[in-house]
Design a protein around this ligand. Sequence first.
Ligand SMILES: [Zn+2]
Length: 308
Amino acid sequence: MSEYRFERRSGDEMLHMTLMNGQARVLLCETTELTQRCSDIHNATPLATAALGRLMAGTLMMSVQLKGEHEDVSVTVKGDGPIGTLVCVGEHGNVRACCDDPGLTLPLREDGKLNVGAAVGRTGRMSVVKDLGMREPYVGQCQLVSGEIAMDFANYFTASEQQPSLVALGVLTSGERVLKAGGLLIQPMPGCEESTIEQLELRSPMFADISRELAAAPKEELAEDWFRGMEPRLLERTPLRYRCTCSRERMERALLSMGSADLKEIIDDDRGAELGCHFCGSKYFFTTDELKALLASGRKTDVQDDRL
Ligand SMILES: [Zn+2]
């Protein structure tokens, strides 16, 4: 059998692959540019960038598997650490993320790495909401196991979706610069042979430090090396980017969802209202007259709350 060679492409992208004729599914992504963009938007420290970057790579590995056009997945990590709550929304290859304290710094771990686990906290919850375009979204939840994000995703897949998974997520920074970021997800499919799982476990140290690996070689070369002899097959490639979907209409819905009493109070203050988007920093200003019109229209249509 001939060895596989995948076409090299630069930039943020997700590779969808199978191994051993479909016995296992693999997602491998590079997320360097979108992580840098997120870091710039939030003026984030390297520590917060690492936490947000890992969360985005993990969330993207869920969102690229969505089938419907308007489906999205939100992952919220709420630990007892000083960074506060992290929120990430993935819509196929588009992602956005924020956290309570992007300015957080903490001492490095003993091994010289950024201490994401201490920033997030080891006690808390990870919740996943998949909006699949139906009336009720799918909601899954589990306890955090390490706060390092990758292990938490692996635990979530295993505990909440009954899908054993190997997850590696990484962000390599130098000062304010994101050198490399990316992630890997390996999931055995039903009927996967024990020998295939053993092979993957044996090779797992190779992909543990994924951002350093990506710094050394293109993702396609890594896939060829890591899965040599395991029939890696590239099925699909998804371009990835940081993209916010906020709009004036969404901000209007957010204002209406405050309730008419609070909205009236802002109108009475007569200073207008400025709303900022948590994910991209865009500002939306509403004059008192606009707020009055909004309140009047909201009474007529009974608009429902909408996630931003
Ligand atoms: Zn926005």
